[in-house]
Design a binder for this molecule. Structure first.
Ligand SMILES: C[S@@+](CC[C@H](N)C(=O)[O-])C[C@H]1O[C@@H](n2cnc3c(N)ncnc32)[C@H](O)[C@@H]1O
Length: 215
């Protein structure tokens, strides 16, 4: 498959980075379920011995910041250079790099945890196994992975950003069972599936899994 989705996603978030950051500012403060999930993830990182944690598709970096404030040594990676610039501006004491979760510039077994917060939503079905196999490659044995995503079916294409600028980005809605199955196939053991606001028009879910410690 071609990399058009990668180019479209990158240029869309480049065009909309500031407006996106404004849109999500304060989001965690309004969601005890998200904060609780991040606290559980931080606890699992500590239990596995601690160390650097990669926030993949970190956007403006507020989740990276939250994890840091929970005592986690978190750094961010995002496809969009403009988004990384916003994250660096808003959190100058944290580390953010440009990269793609489908081909991570990280060594094998080099991180203690991997988190992808509403970023796998942009990865096409055919490439999710590749992304999850990258998560498995870079994660140390015993380390947790957290995936947050929109729940539902099918793909929506957004053509106007929060800034009003034209963009073109696909978002894929999925069932928790599908995400869990892909994680199992990549070698992870599922720890929990949390379905949030199932009666909303667009529910969310968080799956937490772990790299078995004995591998
Ligand atoms: C919906 S935003 C989520 C940002 C942030 N995690 C949050 O929860 O607000 C999706 C982010 O994923 C990034 N992204 C999309 N595809 C990516 C990829 N293949 N690798 C790394 N980042 C990606 C986008 O640039 C964007 O910043």
């Amino acid at each position: 498959m071609t990399d058009d989705w990668l180019d479209d996603t990158r240029t869309s978030y480049d065009a909309d980075a500031d407006a996106y950051a404004d849109q999500v500012r304060g989001l965690l403060e309004g969601s005890p379920a998200l904060r609780a999930s991040l606290s559980l993830f931080a606890e699992l990182v500590r239990e596995a011995g601690g160390g650097p944690v990669a926030d993949l598709g970190c956007g403006p970096g507020y989740v990276t910041r939250h994890l840091h404030d929970l005592g986690v040594d978190a750094f961010g990676i995002d496809l969009s250079p403009a988004m990384v610039a916003v994250a660096r501006r808003d959190h100058p004491d944290l580390r953010f790099e440009v990269g793609t979760m489908t081909d991570l510039d990280l060594a094998d077994d080099s991180v203690a945890g991997v988190l992808a917060f509403w970023s796998v939503i942009h990865v096409p079905d055919e490439l999710v196994p590749q992304a999850f196999s990258e998560f498995h490659r870079v994660l140390r044995p015993g380390g947790p992975v957290l995936v947050g995503f929109h729940v539902g079916e099918g793909t929506r294409t957004t053509t106007e950003g929060y800034s009003g600028r034209p963009i073109r980005v696909d978002s894929h809605r999925r069932q928790p069972a599908q995400i869990s199955q892909w994680l199992r196939e990549a070698g992870f053991r599922i720890e929990s599936e949390l379905l949030m606001r199932p009666d909303d028009e667009l529910p969310g879910a968080i799956v937490i899994a772990a790299q078995p410690a004995t591998q």
